[in-house]
Structures are given as structure tokens and as C-alpha cells.
Ligand binder design. Sequence first.
Ligand SMILES: *Cc1c(COP(=O)(O)O)cnc(C)c1O
Length: 385
Amino acid sequence: MKNIPEEHKRVCAVIDLDAAVENVKSLHNKLSPGTKMLAVIKANAYGHGAVQLARKLDTLDIVFGYAVATAEEAFELRRNGLDKPILILGYTFPECYEKLVAQDIRPTVFRPDMAKELSAEALRQGKSLKVHIKVDTGMSRIGIFPDDTGVSFVRQVMGLPGVEIEGMFTHFARADERDKTSTLKQFERFTSFTKRLEEELSLHIPLKHCANSAAIMELPETELDLVRAGIAMYGLWPSEEMDRKKTLLHPVFRLYSHIVYIKTVPAGTPVSYGGTYVTAKEQRIATIPVGYGDGYPRALSGKGEVLICGKRAPIVGRVCMDQFMVDVTDIPEAVQGDKVTLIGADGTEHITMEELGDLSGRFNYELACDLGSRIPRIYANLLSE
Ligand SMILES: *Cc1c(COP(=O)(O)O)cnc(C)c1O
């Protein structure tokens, strides 16, 4: 990205929509023809911008629809004219049912009271609502048990008017680990349960699904009818244990700022709150106008690095709410106004979301979500640049 708009010089996230499309294609290539894909764009698309991402992905036939975490996120997509199927992965509160039914948003159902109230609302509106039932096979988060109680729950939902079971799904707790034993156990629990429902209740379940990014990449045998692609779509890896050679992913998120001040200080000068860093010699210190108020982790104090003029500059002292300092003694060509790359590439150097996640004791999913609303996002198609 050569030119950051003047008004976003303080800090700016550049989201490469082309890269996201390439990642979707790369994941899709692993699937059998006919397997559908939900693009998981919860938490504002892991901080990347849900509406903009969905608008870009909407044109792809391979994207069946979207998965979000909350009703509010689903409504936001509808409000912005996105009308592919939307599944809410988490619990939905009854206050939202009227809008949910009106906007044909699929809820995840796992409590009898939910099922009854959704049915009543669908009848009130004279509609049929497609729902997905969540099965708990090992997360102990939400979902019915794949046992007799689960079977009787499903039987109950089948008997409710206005509610149509379109899907059934479970979620893997450890698909990103090298050892897939527990994931395969979860898969087995899920498929034997759905098989039992099909046999005992003669239920046809059009969309059975369980695969997240890690499973799409490393356990394609779990793809079933539909997969839910999240983190990998953003070019990020579910964990360090993933085999990076198996899938080609392009990072989507870049983060830039500019140097606002450079000064030379004598040896013995403390830098930032607490004076935790003291210069050992005469040093050049540059100030970057970004801080934990932007979601840039304070835990990077004294640990993180940024790229200036294609070189790594270490963070010195504590990251403040709105600013932090780096040492540019070894980058004599650095001047005020220079571009600073916080995440992304500059020349041959590269700082990844994973690197900063690790250094700050977070992980990449979390850091992406943390880079908050004070950071403007600009959308570009950069792969070709
Ligand atoms: C977040 C989420 C996903 C996507 O997981 P990734 O690891 O980001 O691919 C899939 N399914 C459910 C239920 C989720 O909550």
C-alpha cells in the first residue's frame, strides 16, 4: 500500500479484500464439489469489518451464507442489504425473535423454551423459520447432548409448527492441534447421533456441519454438507501446530502509522511511564501515535517491534494509551513523518498478527478483535499491487 489517505495517517488498518477472496478459494479447493461454505464474520469479521467483507464475498457462488455470533450482528448485515442465509451461532434472546423471523435469519436452537417461542413467533408472522440445532460433542458450551435427551429434544422440535430443521451442527474444541484423536471422537459422536435421528425419527437433515478452519485444512473428511470458515479466511492460522505447507493463505490485515516525533536523548534517559526503560547511550527515540486505546497491546511494552524504512525498531518503555516509543538509533535514515508498519511487510521484513499475538500473551484471534473501533479501516484490493 503506497499511499495512506492523509486523514488516516495517525493509524490505519488496510484490509485486503482480494486476499480474503483468495483465502476463501484456497479453502474451497480442499472441499468436495457441492459442499457449502459459511463465511464466519462474527465480531465484526474478527475485527476486519463484517459488512465490507460480506459485500466482497457476496459475489462468490461458493459462499452459501454467513455465520455470526449474535442477533445484532445478523441485523447489521440485513440492514446493509446482504440477503444470503445468515446463521447465528450463539444463543439468541427472545426479545430478538420478532425481527429474526421477519428477516429470515437462522437461529441456533438447543433449549426447549427457545424452540417453542420461535415456533409461536413464526406462526404469528405466518412464516416458516429455518433453524439449526447445536449438538454438544465435547465443548461443553452450548448444545444438546447426543443421547436420548437429545433425541427427544429433536422430536419435540420436529413437532413444532412454523419451525423447519434445516441444519444440525457441532463445534470442535481441538481441531487445531496436531493430534486429531479428540476431534475425530467428536466427529464420530456427531455423525452417529445424526444417523440415529435419521433412522429413529426419519428426519432428513439437509445441512450437517462441524468443520471450522482447522478442520477444513487438516481434516477434510469432516466436511459433511457445509463448512464454517473463520480465521483462515483472514489469512491467519488457527494455531502454531497447523501445517503451513498444506494451505496457501494470504494475510488480509495490515496496520500502519507514521512517526510524529524523533529526538536524540543522552544516556540515562528514562522512556515512558514508570521509567522501565533507560537509554544505555545516546539514542534516537521515535514516537508513534498509537496505543492500547486502539487495542495495540500494552503487553508489547519492551517486547514488540515495528517496521520503519524496512527495518525492525524495538518498542522501548511502556505502551501508553495513545502513543508509544521505539528506538531508531540503528535506523539513521528514519525521519519524522515516515510510515510505520505495525502489522504487515516493509521490504523484506514482515510482522504478523501471530507474532504480536504471541509476544503480547494473546493469540491472533484475540488481537485481531482487539484492534478496535478507534482504528479506521480502509478497504483495498492489493494482491495485484
Ligand atoms: C468462531 C466459530 C467458527 C469459526 O472458527 P475458526 O477457527 O475461526 O475457523 C466456526 N464455528 C463456530 C461455532 C464458531 O463459534
